[in-house]
Design a protein around this ligand. Structure first.
Ligand SMILES: Nc1ncnc2c1ncn2[C@@H]1O[C@H](COP(=O)(O)OP(=O)(O)O)[C@@H](O)[C@H]1O
Ligand SMILES: [Mg+2]
Length: 265
């Protein structure tokens, strides 16, 4: 890995065709190009079925492109790797393990000694504001706390790239707002490259340096919208006219497709 490429993601001319047995092939993504710079926070929005999750799975190496190439840190992505970590909508915490052991789990899999893995896990729990909860079990935590454990677990392996697929979708609206500002605080502490998928446009604009807007299936980049607001950002930003204008613009790009996906054309 070359130093200044580290954390850069490049998607070049990617097609992804699913070929389910005995059914028509599904072209999920077509001619997709995008670059995410090291330390950049990019959000991906698009109608349901536009290929957002497929794109993240490609970036993580869980899927292989049908055509085109994907590189991470200048190296072709050929499968999951510890330099990229994924956070899903539903936390997949181990129910029988304590919070600290859940966060330490990925490190112990990498061969880190248990005591050292726990120390590293405790640092991540502090960062996500859960120092003091380390001995609890996942069932004892609220949804928002579980999702913070999930993020701590992804960060514990110290990845270059953090991939998040609608991580707050199962949370109520207020918890979700707080979680997004928490995520910005965590990210500003050690600037990972972040690709964050959401269908909530205001969430995307609040979080991102740039918002990648996907068109309906087959998904391709419809527009990349730069978000000019300075950081650190606070939640009242969401109520400014300039913020509203960017949200409206993105919505105008996908409204017809969202209507289409509901059969409302
Ligand atoms: N394993 C699969 N086999 C066949 N089709 C799939 C598979 N996974 C996803 N798809 C289809 O690919 C398209 C994109 O899916 P997805 O990436 O999950 O969209 P999004 O996350 O934007 O809602 C959808 O039409 C979906 O039905
Ligand atoms: Mg999805």
């Amino acid at each position: 890995m070359t130093g200044n490429e580290s954390g850069r993601l490049v998607v070049d001319g990617v097609d992804l065709v699913f070929r389910p047995p005995r059914r028509e092939p599904v072209v999920a993504l077509e001619s997709l190009d995008m670059t995410v710079e090291p330390g950049e926070f990019v959000c991906v929005v698009g109608a349901s079925g536009s290929g957002k999750s497929t794109l993240l799975r490609l970036l993580d190496g869980l899927l292989e492109p049908t055509a085109g190439t994907i590189t991470s840190g200048g190296v072709p992505v050929r499968g999951p790797s510890p330099d990229r970590a994924m956070v899903f909508q539903s936390d997949n915490l181990l129910p029988w393990a304590t919070v600290v052991d859940n966060v330490a789990y990925g490190l112990t899999l990498k061969g880190v000694r248990r005591s050292r893995a726990r120390e590293a896990a405790m640092r991540q729990l502090e960062l996500v504001g859960l120092a003091g909860n380390e001995k609890q079990y996942p069932r004892q935590l609220s949804g928002g706390m579980r999702q913070r454990v999930n993020i701590a677990r992804a960060l514990a392996v110290d990845p270059e790239v953090l991939l998040l697929d609608e991580p707050f979708a199962a949370l109520d609206a207020q918890t979700r707002e707080i979680m997004s500002s928490e995520l910005l605080r965590i990210w500003s502490a050690d600037r990972k490259t972040v690709v964050f998928v959401t269908h909530q446009i205001d969430e995307a604009v609040y979080l991102a340096d740039r918002v990648v807007v996907l068109s309906a299936r087959p998904g391709t980049v419809r527009e990349i919208v730069p978000v000019p607001f300075e950081r650190p950002r606070a939640l009242p930003l969401k109520r400014t006219p300039q913020f509203g204008r960017i949200v409206d613009h993105i919505w105008s790009l996908i409204e017809d497709e969202v209507r289409g996906s509901l059969g409302l054309t």
